[in-house]
Design a binder for this molecule. Sequence first.
Ligand SMILES: C=C1C[C@]23C[C@@]1(O)CC[C@H]2[C@@]12CCC[C@@](C)(C(=O)O1)[C@H]2[C@@H]3C(=O)O
Ligand code: AKG
Ligand code: FE2
Length: 358
Amino acid sequence: MPAMLTDVFRGHPIHLPHSHQPDFTSLRELPDSYKWTPKDDLLFAAAPSPPTTGENIPLIDLDHPDAANQIGHACRTWGAFQIANHGVPLGLLQDIEFLTGSLFRLPVQRKLKAARSETGVSGYGVARIASFFNKKMWSEGFTITGSPLNDFRKLWPQLHLNYCDIVEEYEEQMKKLASKLMWLALKSLGVSEEDVEWASLNSDLNWAQAALQLNHYPVCPEPDRAMGLAAHTDSTLLTILCQNNTAGLQVFRDDLGWVTVPPVPGSLVVNVGDLFHILSNGLFKSVLHRARVNQTRARLSVAFLWGPQSDIKISPVPKLVSPVELPLYRSVTWTEYLRTKATHFNKALSMIRNHREE
Ligand SMILES: C=C1C[C@]23C[C@@]1(O)CC[C@H]2[C@@]12CCC[C@@](C)(C(=O)O1)[C@H]2[C@@H]3C(=O)O
Ligand SMILES: O=C(O)CCC(=O)C(=O)O
Ligand SMILES: [Fe+2]
């Protein structure tokens, strides 16, 4: 039985001080431990794209006949795009946003009842990547893998079953959408289901698994010096992000710097993760992104982090490899990759890169 996402960090404990999580609303000044400088993150001060260039990740209508090519182009140039007409009911997006808001409005002591353990994936706390930075991030998170029942019972003794239903329905919809997006993107490269062995053997989506990451970025007294979620790439095949109507997500482009992704009501943001970069033999860009905060409005986001079951080995699709286009990466399971990332963070991709023989 392969390790499930839930067990990924068993034997790989990490000490993160969730219990020191402050009551953000009570802080009138930004404590020094939350003040970021370029020393704390080399890209902290990287120039943002001037708003006049108007360059931004594309908004793609999934009903458009050319959607596959538009998605492929976005994956190659940005590693991110927004989608409209995605088929996920608006009411469900509102429900998951409501659930997220209700969760983070709970008193800190209640949230800590469901704190993530040192070897766990699920629960309340700071993002796992926090361990790589000297400064703290102005955010709190809640990760869900598998059933949230046990955690939700601790958070909402009365209402937990309603909230579990919302998560189940949301994950169901996201699973279908993520798979559709992956095949549309691959289609743009001339790759179909028959070309991807592990998927064609399991066409009913049983080859996939996911985590749901709920994020809260409270109002911040000094947003220019704070960081909501530090720059990172996701380890996933694809991540689908639902953000409330407050801007904060930024994506990085070498030629443009940091570009803010504007919230578009009813749309969803899609990020290419490291595993899709590997699968596409480097053609799709695993996008570096981060979340900034602001002084007037709290921000919520819900990330659906989607990847393969833990026994599936991901490697460049054979059709995209040739004597001139050598496979850039060796094969890796999601579990192996998450563990590599937990140790080497932004060096993880280069750890599994094949080095060309001289
Ligand atoms: C499946 C996963 C991806 C993730 C690590 C995790 O085990 C669960 C949380 C995910 C998340 C969300 C916030 C950013 C991120 C880098 C992190 O620290 O936790 C991602 C992880 C990832 O994609 O590597
Ligand atoms: O809140 C956001 O916009 C980004 C969240 C994110 O990157 C993540 O959860 O992995
Ligand atoms: Fe992310």
